[in-house]
Design a protein around this ligand. Structure first.
Ligand code: AMP
Length: 289
């Protein structure tokens, strides 16, 4: 495994590869866990060479405290990457990526950027689009791997390659969970014991919502989830939304009867999304319905 800090040195190494070698790419912000490793393992199976980047991208944070406290565990990350068989790790500095202008470009992702996370994290997807586009231009992979944990981000990246007309296959990977159901996240390491013990309530509630969605309207399920969180002693719900997987538009069936609802849902995929505050730590999760 080789570690590169500069764009030039990484590109030099990639240019030495056989022209037919396929390059798989997994962008991360580090503090790696088994969720990240599941993406990397899939990339290793499907490509000749795998590049993993570790870069805490300042332009996608709307909250400075969240950026300042983002966990950095580079030594442990490199050990994990070596163990799993990663080929190249790209660990650039902020100035290597942005020079002296730490700023995002503005993107039009056709509206999906204004839903859910876009409503609550100002400028977040411009930051994500900016960094992923930059990293794609540096690494030039054939395939890139993103987790369904950040489902809206995955859809944004699919849109990004479409707009930028890049020939990169975007592969979505299943959410990797702790045994108690909590979706793995680098931010989980910042949870106090009290919040860590409470956090499995999030996925439990999502699973119950999924079950209810079989017989109840999206509106009723949403109200039910909101009430569950209202009654929770420490977890605070920021949003719960049932939305179409592609448009990410909220499913609104308030005035439809059961038959109309069934008709409308047929052949369409819906997913429930939420964001929850566990103290000052913001957790997101989602489930296919
Ligand atoms: P991050 O380091 O949080 O930016 O995540 C890097 C990539 O790993 C993103 O594509 C995430 O969606 C993905 N990822 C993070 N946590 C998980 C998880 N628990 N299961 C699957 N993918 C994940």
């Amino acid at each position: 495994m080789e570690v590169f800090k500069s764009i030039i040195s990484l590109q030099e190494e990639i240019s030495k590869l056989n022209i037919n070698s396929s390059v798989g790419f997994v962008p991360t912000m580090g503090a790696l866990h088994k969720g990240h490793l599941s993406l990397i393992k899939q990339a290793l199976k499907e490509n000749d060479v795998v590049v993993v980047s570790i870069f805490v991208n300042p332009t996608q944070f709307d909250n400075k405290a969240d950026l300042d406290k983002y966990p950095i565990t580079i030594e442990a990350d490199l050990k994990l990457l070596e163990k799993v068989g990663c080929d190249y790790v790209f660990v650039p500095s902020v100035s290597e990526i942005y020079s002296d202008k730490i700023q995002s470009r503005h993107f039009d992702f056709g509206g999906i950027e204004h839903e859910m996370e876009g409503k609550f994290r100002d400028g977040h997807f411009d930051g994500v689009g900016t960094i992923v586009d930059r990293l794609f231009a540096i690494v030039k992979p054939q395939k890139a791997y993103f987790g369904e944990k950040d489902f809206q981000q995955l859809q944004i990246i699919k849109k990004l390659v479409e707009i930028e007309q890049k020939e990169i296959e975007i592969i979505g990977c299943k959410i990797f969970r702790e045994k108690d159901g909590l979706a793995m996240s680098s931010r989980n390491t910042r949870l106090s014991l009290e919040f860590r013990e409470a956090a499995p309530f999030i996925y439990k509630t999502l699973k119950k919502a999924k079950k209810k969605f079989g017989t109840k309207s999206a509106n009723k399920v949403t109200k039910w989830v909101e009430k569950k969180f209202k009654n929770h002693p420490i977890l605070k719900l920021e949003y719960f939304v049932i939305a179409n997987e592609k448009s990410l538009k909220t499913l609104d069936e308030k005035r439809e009867n059961r038959e109309e609802r069934r008709e409308k849902r047929l052949g369409q995929d819906y997913r429930a999304f939420l964001a929850v505050f566990a103290g000052e730590i913001r957790l997101i999760d989602n489930i296919g319905l």
